[in-house]
Design a protein around this ligand. Sequence first.
Ligand SMILES: *[C@@H]1O[C@H](CO)[C@@H](O)[C@H](O)[C@H]1NC(C)=O
Ligand SMILES: *[C@@H]1O[C@H](CO)[C@@H](O)[C@H](O)[C@H]1NC(C)=O
Ligand SMILES: *[C@@H]1O[C@H](CO)[C@@H](O)[C@H](O)[C@H]1NC(C)=O
Ligand SMILES: *[C@@H]1O[C@H](CO)[C@@H](O)[C@H](O)[C@H]1NC(C)=O
Length: 422
Amino acid sequence: MSLKMYRYSSSWFINVLFGLLLLQKGSARDLRTVTEPKTPQICTTLKATSGDESKTIQKALNSCAKGKAVELSFGTFYSGPLSIPSGVSLLVASGTILKALPDPSLYDLGAKTCGTQDQYGVGCRAFITIHGATGSGVYGKGTIDGQGGVTMTGKSEAWWKMPANTNIKGGARNAPRLIQINDSMDITLYQITLKNSPLYHVATSKTYGFTVWGITIDTPSSAPNTDGVDPMGSQNVTIAYCNISTGDDNVAIKAITAPSEHISVVNNHFGSGHGMSIGSEITYGANDVTVSGLTLDGATNGLRIKSNTFRGGLVTGVSYTNVCMRNVKNPIVMDMEYGRTVTGNLTPEFRNITFTNVKVLTDGTFTFDGLSDSRPIKASFNDVHIKKGSKWVSKHATLSGKWAEDATGSVCGNSGNKQFQQ
Ligand SMILES: *[C@@H]1O[C@H](CO)[C@@H](O)[C@H](O)[C@H]1NC(C)=O
Ligand SMILES: *[C@@H]1O[C@H](CO)[C@@H](O)[C@H](O)[C@H]1NC(C)=O
Ligand SMILES: *[C@@H]1O[C@H](CO)[C@@H](O)[C@H](O)[C@H]1NC(C)=O
Ligand SMILES: *[C@@H]1O[C@H](CO)[C@@H](O)[C@H](O)[C@H]1NC(C)=O
């Protein structure tokens, strides 16, 4: 057991000390200068018929000039999987809905497992794929609906409810992600509303330069594995001014095949969901992450870093600033024993984690669960105010700085949403 918790009354030398620390914190963010995206010019506008529009939309995307967007305008479009070429964007206009047809055979990658459960859960392609692209995006004030709750074609259950296969070990659902972005550069998601994804809404792999700005994710809290935005092995990422409610991690930074670095999560609001997460698949590590101007209302977890000896990973240079939460069961969870039964030979390490101006208006459980006293979780607090009656669970953790059980007030308002600053 190593719990070091110091409480300081506001003394000038601590403030001076933190002033110096803040000056040195400049690199924990997206290294690009990111401003509000501009919607591209339109190459062609499509109007909805009532049939399967996959071919029409894909053809329009394939023949659209680089730098421009295919616009879907008016009505409800139904489509199977789409692939957005390099330099081209998809724009779903205000009042327009693009629905993913719930037919597993359209997404199947060849093993005929899409729409079933198995050990792996990798049997389906995504609804929208961006692969090896530069400067592509998804824009517009319309909605993309993954129809995760709609009964699958030829089956008796929805994607979210698919029953376990009693002949196969493991319970991983083979369902499509809504948007998958791999090996790409300068990708933008702007204003779009995403809902009801059968699995993760947005995931990237090895993507450098990724801006998610002003999008809404609105999916029921009961929908399984419906992560909001998951940057994986990606660098120079900004997630700003988004409103995310879903059934799993609102945002989860992961590193399965490469490190995740230089990530800014600024001025967002999270409703239901499993929180602002790093991990658990974080083997290649995460560093230089800023989470700033975040309000959470009704999420299960707030600020969360999770790994275990099977995943390992060094997580360092993470700063949480100007965060306000209410109705969050576990406001802070730093856990190196995530999924207690999953173990291996790797050593996760969480250090240089800072919490500055964090307010938690309702009581909850704060967990710092490191591996051993020789490798404790290292975190520091400045201006952290939590609700009286909260529970602290801390082992193998070196926690320093200033916090108090003196939070007052019942609404976050815009207190967490300071103007976006680089
Ligand atoms: C991140 O952005 C900076 C600044 O634009 C750039 O110098 C750097 O190469 C980018 N990193 C990657 C991996 O693209
Ligand atoms: C995208 O990358 C992930 C791993 O990072 C991989 O599992 C998936 O198959 C890739 N998808 C495509 C379409 O290349
Ligand atoms: C977030 O989105 C939900 C659902 O669309 C909406 O009800 C809520 O007002 C939004 N909140 C903010 C802060 O924009
Ligand atoms: C701690 O993290 C900050 C970013 O939050 C970084 O700028 C600084 O260099 C790190 N300090 C150490 C000692 O690693």
